[in-house]
Write a protein that binds this ligand. Structure first.
Ligand code: GLN
Length: 292
């Protein structure tokens, strides 16, 4: 080995990292390598891609090695970078709450459609808010709407408050501690992405989820449908006439939860919506309007 040693270029660092991520069974290895390096370099992906042939400074390479090691140990990308895009807004992420999932954008779609149909004065709650992603997305896209965001976890609530603050939604998203609907009054719209994984499914989840995300936000009990069932049982006392309950559910829970919902809401219309992957994903309960 003679001659000048040339500093590794952005392109070389990315392709080596992508290779190692692929070997560690990380999906989307190349885009993840880009994002990890952009994070370590304090820039974004577009700027990084524009300078693929440039050499990288030693300090950036050092920072990148540390972030890459965390990702190779299967820590979720959003916990390393500290944020994730969700429904067009930037959500701060951390181990106190689940990383917002694309399938949960369906709940936001449904909530926004409800606000459009009925007006921004609706009384809205996001139950089990976690990072606050759903509450913030609804408030950010429905000017004038107010959302109560509740969770049992104080660590999650601290993160939710940071998101509300960072997004400038302080006047319209009220973050508070509570067990499901307990403590809330009458509501016109309830959205919830509660834990719906069974204890045995949890053991088989990918390490990113099982080993890093809060178990309490995922596991509902032996069946997985327990927490949603408990919410449905509480809901008749809270859901106003004509109100809508939209629950994200496990893809095998549609029948059992629809049955429970019909039992607690005799006059309501109960339906199930599939996600983009074709899996049953949201249970909708529309409370009947007052007779007369
Ligand atoms: N969809 C999530 C997962 O697969 C589960 C989220 C939840 O339990 N609410 O990890």
């Amino acid at each position: 080995m003679s001659g000048t040693t040339r500093a590794a270029t952005v392109a070389a660092i990315i392709s080596e990292a992508a290779e190692r991520l692929r070997a560690a069974s990380v999906a989307d290895a190349r885009p993840e390598a880009d994002l990890l390096l952009a994070h370590a370099a304090g820039t974004d992906r577009a700027h990084l891609v524009a300078r693929l042939k440039d050499p990288l400074e030693a300090a950036t390479i050092g920072a990148f090695r540390r972030t890459l090691a965390r990702r190779l140990a299967h820590e979720p990308l959003a916990y390393i970078t500290g944020h994730r895009e969700f429904y067009g807004i930037d959500i701060l992420c951390g181990p106190a709450a689940l990383v917002p999932r694309p399938e949960s954008e369906l709940l936001v779609d449904l909530a926004l459609a409800e606000v459009r149909a009925r007006g921004a004065a609706l009384r809205i709650a996001d139950v089990g808010t976690g990072s606050g992603a759903i509450a913030c997305a609804v408030a950010a896209h429905a000017p004038g709407a107010r959302v109560c965001a509740v969770d049992v976890s104080s660590a999650a609530l601290a993160l939710a408050r940071r998101n509300v603050e960072a997004l400038g939604l302080g006047g319209r998203v009220d973050v508070g501690q509570g067990d499901l609907l307990g403590g809330l009054g009458a509501l016109d719209l309830v959205v919830a992405n509660l834990p719906y994984v069974s204890a045995s499914e949890w053991r088989g989840l990918q390490p990113e989820v099982r080993d890093f995300e809060p178990r309490g936000a995922l596991v509902a009990g032996p069946a997985g449908s327990e927490v949603n069932a408990r919410l449905i049982a509480q809901a008749p006392a809270h859901l106003a006439p004509g109100g809508l309950l939209a629950l994200e559910i496990g893809d095998t829970h549609a029948a059992v939860l629809s049955g429970i919902a019909r039992g607690h809401f005799p006059g309501a219309s109960v339906s199930v919506i599939k996600d983009l992957g074709g899996h049953d994903r949201v249970l909708l309960v529309r409370q009947e309007r007052e007779a007369g």
